[in-house]
Design a protein around this ligand. Structure first.
Ligand SMILES: O=P(O)(O)OC[C@H]1O[C@H](OP(=O)(O)OP(=O)(O)O)[C@H](O)[C@@H]1O
Ligand code: HPA
Length: 185
């Protein structure tokens, strides 16, 4: 995919800021408090969902105050596009999940296909319990499993295409210091 950098810069210049870094960090601190309360005695195995979960996981983990193990997995279905397709596993968990409490950390619960597939995978792999934390829950009626919620949710967001704090627009702006909605999307 070839993307014009001028277009990428223009998208940032015209975007609407939905959440500032301070607002996001406050939400992450609240989630850390909830997770410290709930999982401190569970010796969890924490999986960062690459790539989008990277910034959220990094900030969250530094606020968790109990013993845990960290790894990553990579399941993707957007792949640089702004609408999702079939889920593709780039990296499955390598550690044994048998009888473990697992905490999945991802940036966004959008249609929920990704999180549902990851939860299913962990359960089939023998996890004792699968907990899920997302920074953003996008509000619409297209959820893959309407009855499914993430256990820990940072903030809601409107039904627009967003980027920043780990989330990309065509592969760019995961580094944007807040969460922004693309103009017209
Ligand atoms: O709820 P859903 O509609 O399934 O979408 C959410 C998933 O989509 C994004 O990943 P993406 O496929 O873009 O992979 P990436 O993080 O590597 O860019 C995001 O990081 C979530 O994992
Ligand atoms: O709105 C979004 N932005 C970035 N990545 C995403 N993955 C699912 N939804 C989104």
């Amino acid at each position: 995919m070839s993307v014009e950098l001028a277009h990428i810069r223009q998208v940032m210049a015209e975007a609407d800021c939905l959440y500032t870094a301070d607002q996001l960090d406050a939400a992450i601190a609240r989630l850390a408090g909830e997770i410290n309360r709930d999982l401190a005695e569970r010796n969890p195995l924490v999986f960062c969902v690459m790539n989008g979960g990277l910034i959220f996981a990094g900030k969250l983990l530094a606020l968790l105050d109990f013993p845990l193990e960290l790894s990553y997995l990579h399941a993707t279905r957007y792949r640089g596009e702004t609408s999702g397709g079939e889920l593709f596993w780039k990296a499955k968990p390598e550690m044994s999940l048998i009888d473990r409490d697992v905490l999945i950390v991802d940036d966004i619960f959008d249609e929920g296909h990704t999180l549902a597939a990851i939860v299913d995978y962990c359960k089939h792999a023998g996890a004792r319990a699968v907990h899920t934390a997302v920074l953003i829950d996008k509000e619409h009626d297209r959820k893959a499993r309407p009855e499914m919620d993430a256990n820990y949710v940072g903030l809601p967001c409107v039904d627009r295409y967003i980027f920043g704090y780990g989330m990309d627009y065509k592969g760019y702006w995961r580094n944007a210091p807040g969460i922004y909605a693309v103009k017209g999307m």
